[in-house]
Design a protein around this ligand. Structure first.
Ligand SMILES: Cc1cc2nc3c(=O)[nH]c(=O)nc-3n(C[C@H](O)[C@H](O)[C@H](O)COP(=O)(O)OP(=O)(O)OC[C@H]3O[C@@H](n4cnc5c(N)ncnc54)[C@H](O)[C@@H]3O)c2cc1C
Length: 411
């Protein structure tokens, strides 16, 4: 997306569009965004930069969304988008910049120097900090927390969202609706049946993620696969570790802290120093599933981020795709409000889907490469080893892996 900071004011600005200090009347805005995750907040920030009025409807509280622990690996393309929007300063100051990772298969490991190969690093910066940065940059009256979108209507000329705040319903009329409400939100549900065509893959396992008060055991991420499955060593700053284990579907609640540490030790230790235990302050369980809508647009409703597609977390693409969708849609909306040029809006669906499929492809590859999946046989173990060896030994395969890992392959 070209920098919106230098954009001139839009020609088609609506007059008299009031903010939302009170919730007791029918309101109007130009763009109504459902969901204050990274996707929705990025569009909101971009709209503010170009003088288009937007409002964000968020079902949860501000405190909840600002503290929700999820992703942490930020691609350089995502950083550039956030920085162009004027919200990259803290990230660039505080994030750890990574130029390599360790790929470990049983007791063999190899470093992938993706920074040298591609000329681009990745950044470790928690998703909830991106959310905080975006919220801090916004007009607080334009994000309605504790307010759930319950109905989405879209015609060919206008659109509206009905919301519920503390049991009171009111309607927000708008030109466009941005469905950024994640995998279980109202916007995906509101699509007519004939527009719900989608593609799915369930890998049948979960990730159990923990945040622990212990210094990381290495400076870089370690992706490890052993006969007992996958483990990932990651970090949040110098004193916290973010660690993940592949676990059987639905089994996360039964894992005691002691069992988690033992298993991390077993799966991560061959190539790394022994893991240091610490208090576990947060646990998350994520199903390894992929979902993609055939078409993330219906009339004046545009779906972005997890609302349009979910990827298994194996390649850390969900957050990055969400911000990328948001930037692509924001650019199309900018062209519409600037010049009534609707080519960008018409092309949004196919551009977003094309990029998301590339992320799905790499995420599927990382899932196969690093996990022992239900039903796997020795054949799968052998092909996994062959694939691992090919990435490590062959410069073309290594380059391809690195391009996908840092996100260059989707540009
Ligand atoms: C539990 C979980 C753990 C994850 N862990 C990782 C990880 O460890 N590593 C990784 O790389 N990726 C992870 N991901 C993926 C990554 O975090 C997502 O891809 C990313 O959050 C997508 O951003 P988004 O803005 O599209 O959606 P979200 O961040 O999900 O935001 C959607 C927002 O919409 C709100 N909402 C939903 N319904 C409504 C409604 N009806 N009305 C109003 N608001 C509504 C929600 O409260 C939420 O704030 C995880 C995802 C999940 C769900």
């Amino acid at each position: 997306m070209p920098s919106t900071r230098s954009s001139s004011a839009p020609k088609k600005q609506q007059s008299g569009t009031s903010p939302f200090p009170r919730l007791d009347a029918e309101r109007k805005t130009q763009v109504c965004i459902i969901g204050a995750g990274p996707a929705g907040l990025t569009v909101h920030q971009a709209m503010a930069q170009i003088g288009v009025t937007s409002v964000v409807i968020e079902a949860r509280s501000r405190q909840y969304v600002q503290n929700r622990v999820r992703a942490g690996l930020v691609e350089p393309g995502t950083v550039r988008i956030l920085d162009d929007l004027g919200v990259g300063q803290k990230l660039l100051r505080d994030a750890a910049c990574h130029k390599g990772l360790l790929l470990q298969l049983d007791d063999t490991s190899a470093r992938v120097p993706f920074g040298d190969i591609t000329g681009e690093p990745v950044y470790m910066y928690p998703q909830q900090h991106i959310v905080r940065d975006l919220i801090s940059a916004s007009d607080p009256q334009r994000i309605l927390f504790d307010t759930e979108a319950v109905n989405v209507e879209t015609g060919s000329l206008d659109a509206a969202v009905t919301v519920n705040h503390a049991g009171r319903h009111f309607r927000v009329k708008c030109d466009f609706i941005v469905g950024a409400d994640g995998a279980h939100g109202a916007s995906r549900r509101s699509l007519p049946d004939e527009r719900k065509k989608s593609y799915e893959r369930d890998y049948g396992i979960d990730w159990l993620g923990i945040l622990a008060e212990t210094a990381p055991l290495a400076d870089e991420l370690i992706y490890s696969c052993s006969a007992r499955g996958f483990a990932l060593h990651s970090m949040r700053g110098e004193s916290q570790s973010r660690l993940y284990l592949q676990v059987p579907r639905g089994s996360s609640p039964s894992w005691t802290d002691d069992r988690i540490w033992q298993e991390l030790d077993y799966r991560l230790s061959p190539g790394a120093a022994r893991i240091r235990r610490g208090d576990i302050t947060e646990r998350t369980a994520v199903k390894l599933k992929a979902f993609q809508l055939e078409n993330p647009q219906y009339r004046r409703l545009f779906l972005i981020g997890d609302a349009a597609h979910t990827v298994p977390p194996s390649a850390a693409k969900g957050l990055n795709l969400a911000v990328e969708d948001a930037a692509c849609l924001a650019q199309a909306l900018w062209a519409w409000y600037q010049d009534h040029e609707r080519g960008g809006l018409d092309r949004y669906a196919s551009k977003a889907a094309q990029r998301a499929w590339l992320a799905q492809m790499f995420s599927a590859e990382m899932t196969r490469l690093l996990h022992v999946l239900p039903g796997d046989t020795q054949f799968d173990t052998k092909t996994r080893t062959a694939r691992w060896q090919r990435i490590v030994d062959n410069p073309i395969a290594l380059r391809d892996f690195a391009d996908h890992y840092v996100g260059i392959a989707r540009r």
